[in-house]
Every structure is written in C-alpha cells, then in structure tokens.
Design a protein around this ligand. Structure first.
Ligand SMILES: [Zn+2]
Length: 421
C-alpha cells in the first residue's frame, strides 16, 4: 500500500511503474475505486476486516486490537505464513489512533526494526538507514520476503507511508525503486504463483491540490492495480474477465476484502455485508449506497454546478459552522468556539438517485484558519440541510490541535492554549 496515492497522482508521478504494471505484467487498473473514510486506519480497516471501524468495538479497546480478526488471520488459518510491515511506526495504521498490538500479529512483523530505526534518526526528514532511504529498505524487504518464501504460501502487507504521506510530488521519488522491485520479482519468477495489489489507501488529503475540484475527487479515488498470475487467467478466464469489466465499475476496499476471501476458497464463495468479490461482475448501475460508500466520500454523482444563490450558500455555511461547534460542545474547555471566516466554495451535486439535493461546501473558520469540507443533504421534501457523515480538514493543523486525541476532534479543534499564544 502506498499512502495517500490516488490514481490521478500515479499518472503524474509513477509513469514507469504504471507502464510496467499495465504493459508487462498485464495488471488491471481499477478506475472507479472509491475510498470509504478519511485517513489510513479507517480505510485499511474495511480492507482488512470487511466492516467499518465504527462497527467494531474490538478496535476501540484500550488493551489493543489483538481481539479483532484481520484478513491475514484467515490466511494463517489456511496454512499461509503472514507478514506485516509499515515504514512509519509513529503513524502506524494500528498505532496512531488505536492502541496497537500487544502480541506479534503476524509470523513476520517489521515493526521492531522500524521503531528502532525511527528512534535512531529524526523522523520524516532523515528517512535513512545505513545510507539507504527507508523506502529502499522497505523494497528490499518485499523482495527478500518473496524470495525466501518462494516455495511457501504467504500473505504479505507492506505499507509505504513516510515518503508519500505529506507531499503530492514526493511520489516521484519511488517510481524507479518500485519499477525495479516489480521487475526483479517478475524476472526471477516470483510472481508466477502470486497475486499482487498495488494501491493507495486514499489520495492526498490536504495541501494546495486538495483545494481544487480535481483535488476533491482524487482524494476520494485511490490507486488500485491488481495483478493475477497467468495460470489463473487461463483456468479462471470468467473470473479474470469479470475483473477487467469491474475496472470501470464503482468499487471499494470492501470489495478487496471480499476478493481476498474469495481467493482463499474459489469454489465456495461467502457473501459479505458490504463488499463483492472483484472476480464477480459488479453491476453497472451500482450506487454508492449499494457499495457501502457514505455520502461525503461518494464520487459517483451525475452533474455538478456552483450552488446557485448566495442565500443558500450563506445558509449552508451557517449550518456547517453550527455542526462543527456541536461536535466540539463537550470540549469547550479545551477548544475554541469556531466562527465563519469565509466561504471558499460550494458545489451542488446531483446524485444518481434523485431523492435528495446535496451541496459540497468548503469554509474557512477562525480562530486557526482551519479549512473544512462537508457534504450537506436535503431530502425530497427539503426544509433544512444536514451534514451527512464525516467532515474533512483540507489544510494542515500542525500542533494547534495537540490538546485533543480523538480522530475527529483533532481535525476540528483549535486549542485554546494555542489561540492565546
Ligand atoms: Zn493514509
């Protein structure tokens, strides 16, 4: 997994890797792959468990997440060796906002190495280990693991975050490296019997591009390439053809979970709450609701135009600010009350079901100059708008939010201490 990498950004900065994946490996690129939630953890949880974070009490335990069932455990039970590696332990999927694992989660776990490495150098800027970048170390690990386990069954998840998380352009740093890793794997016959997903958890969540309309879309549309070995294409041609058809259908991390489950038992497929195996045809008319995508993250809207009048824009902005202050209501001793500084944009969305009207609104609030985006919906008998689901923070909040820990509050709160400074 390559953190914060949208399909569109891969077109900009991974040209060599893309070309190799498409032309040499024949990988299928999912073009309607829609993220499900805001950041890494809440997108990877659906990928690894088939359900939303909010529905799983085991993830919220103060004793760690060991009691949750992740997809690698299903693989382990079927006789596979398992591996987990994340190159940025401070921001680890299970450690940044969750309590992590108290027991080693997989047969091979790279965390102790990366924790030691992180302690040994300044985080983020000096991403080196013995004269190599942490990205090179991660790529070497992927290759070595595939080589050493070449005659065994294995499930491996490597997460590449430190290089790509903060800057849109940084993705270009790993193009050659990724290309070379795929080349080495393929040319040494290590992909003959291996399925490979090369993907982003979500696109870039903040920064200049995120302020644009294309930035709104690419944040919601992560990259997803799926490589399947030649024998599978021949033996299960129907499944492979469905995967190719689905490359132009609406798909999600839930579907990847179902696909990974399907791969474990191709003859006896199970059904899942949200996802469908990508080896089965996904209907052309699938809606965000069908796919389990919540309104704020849905990219599947027919038609877009600017919100047509200023009274509506002002009304939407005022509801939005009230919503933010409601979220902060139990934390007013720590977080400043927010007021509207400006309306940055407001776009009317026409959904495929004509049952409601939606506007995607971006505002700047003070104190703190936080820039927020929300989707406000009005049902058929429209009397008032409500914020549907998550709120996005589209500029960096730095240390101004350090007084709170909660995932949602961290995006919104402007700490009173900071305000006084
Ligand atoms: Zn992420």
């Amino acid at each position: 997994m390559i953190d914060s990498t949208s399909r569109i950004n891969s077109l900009r900065y991974l040209p060599k890797t893309r070309q190799y994946l498409i032309e040499t490996l024949g990988a299928v690129e999912m073009m309607g792959y829609n993220k499900l939630a805001d950041n890494t953890m809440v997108n990877m949880v659906p990928f690894l468990t088939g359900d939303y974070y909010e529905n799983q009490p085991c993830l919220k335990s103060k004793h760690g997440v060991d009691n949750c069932t992740f997809i690698w455990q299903n693989y382990s039970q079927s006789g596979y060796l398992t591996h987990l590696g994340e190159d940025w332990p401070w921001a680890g999927t299970f450690h940044y906002s969750l309590k992590g694992f108290k027991r080693q989660p997989t047969d091979y776990d790279d965390r102790p190495f990366h924790v030691a490495n992180e302690k040994g150098s300044k985080w983020m800027t000096d991403t080196c280990f013995h004269g190599k970048s942490s990205s090179e170390t991660l790529h070497q690990r992927i290759y070595d693991l595939a080589y050493n386990l070449r005659n065994k069954r294995y499930f491996s998840l490597s997460t590449h975050s430190i290089m790509t998380h903060n800057y849109l352009e940084a993705l270009r740093n790993i193009d050659n490296m990724t290309l070379n890793t795929f080349k080495k794997l393929y040319e040494n016959n290590l992909l003959n019997n291996t399925f490979l997903a090369f993907f982003g958890d979500h696109g870039m969540r903040f920064g200049k591009v995120r302020m644009t309309f294309i930035g709104q879309l690419e944040e919601r549309l992560p990259m997803m390439f799926i490589y399947v070995p030649q024998w599978f294409k021949t033996k299960y041609i129907g499944f492979f053809n469905n995967l190719k058809t689905n490359s132009r259908r609406l798909t999600t991390h839930f579907d990847m979970f179902s696909t990974l489950q399907h791969l474990l038992n191709l003859e006896n497929e199970r059904t899942h709450k949200y996802g469908k195996s990508l080896f089965r045809e996904i209907p052309r008319e699938r809606t965000c609701e069908d796919a389990g995508i919540r309104p704020h993250w849905c990219t599947c809207n027919y038609h877009l135009s600017a919100t047509d009048n200023s009274t509506t824009r002002n009304n939407l902005a005022s509801i939005f600010i009230q919503h933010l202050n409601t979220l902060l209501k139990n934390h007013t001793h720590k977080c400043s009350k927010l007021t509207l500084k400006s309306i940055i944009s407001s776009i009317k969305l026409l959904s495929r079901q004509i049952e409601y009207i939606e506007h995607r609104v971006v505002i700047e609030a003070e104190p703190g100059d936080g820039i927020f985006e929300a989707t406000l919906r009005c049902d058929r008998n429209c009397s008032t708008y409500n914020v549907k689901g998550d709120v996005s923070r589209v500029n960096k909040y730095g240390t101004s939010t350090n007084c709170v820990k909660d995932n949602t509050l961290r995006k919104i709160c402007h700490c009173i201490n900071t305000a006084k400074r």
